[in-house]
Design a protein around this ligand. Structure first.
Ligand SMILES: C[S@@+](CC[C@H](N)C(=O)[O-])C[C@H]1O[C@@H](n2cnc3c(N)ncnc32)[C@H](O)[C@@H]1O
Length: 194
């Protein structure tokens, strides 16, 4: 198959990597939720070789992810796990890190709530969760383009943007220890389990 391709992934993978290098420095095993095309998985596995990187997504994405792994997969990158939040149990492997990009505004709110609860339960003490995407802060959009995109997503039946304050409530006992500004009005939220 032709590999699926996201220009956004190519644009954001460098600034995300700059944060993940430090955030996951003490980790050994990371689950990526909603790997999408698989571009992030091959890039981060290659650039963070001290990590065992587990890609995952809904089964219909696996062929695309595997086509990226076939061409660019490092030995530390695992084939995709079938994981649909809201339907499946959290993967049973042991992870001390979790990464997800651009999933919280696609999922329904109750799925985001479940995802955060599952991550909070699965991570060990000291575990790290890095969540990239667009969010509102205290109900405020950080750009007109983000506000427009949120309304478009909701009209199409997607969940739309989540507010950082609601994520803080849902993620408990995870602590939000960093809000990193990213290009194109995105953020990287860095969470930690104490
Ligand atoms: C906009 S794409 C982002 C893909 C990739 N992470 C990226 O940054 O390009 C949204 C992803 O969320 C995944 N997703 C949506 N709902 C999900 C759910 N309930 N459980 C797991 N993944 C889900 C989709 O399958 C898709 O891969």
């Amino acid at each position: 198959m032709n590999k699926p391709y996201s220009q956004a992934c190519e644009n954001n993978k460098h600034p995300i990597l700059a944060i993940l290098k430090n955030a996951f420095a003490q980790c050994s095993s990371v689950l990526e939720i909603g790997s999408g095309t698989g571009q992030h998985a091959v890039w981060f596995a290659q650039k963070l070789p001290f990590l065992k990187w587990y890609s995952s997504d809904q089964p219909q994405y696996h062929e695309g992810i595997n086509s990226w792994i076939d061409e660019f997969g490092n030995a530390n990158l695992q084939r995709p796990i079938a994981f649909t939040v809201g339907q499946d149990l959290f993967p049973s492997q042991r992870f001390d890190g979790v990464f997800t990009a651009n999933t919280a505004h696609i999922m329904q709110p109750d799925e985001v709530k479940i995802m955060l609860a599952q991550i909070a339960e699965a991570l060990p003490s000291g575990g790290v969760f890095c969540q990239y995407g667009p969010f509102t802060q205290q109900g405020v959009f950080n750009s007109q383009s983000n506000e427009d995109f949120h309304h478009k997503l909701v009209a199409q039946g997607y969940g739309g943007y989540r507010d950082i304050d609601e994520l803080i409530q849902w993620a408990e006992p995870l602590i939000l220890c960093g809000i990193h500004p990213m290009p194109a009005h995105n953020l990287l939220l860095q969470w930690r389990k104490n």
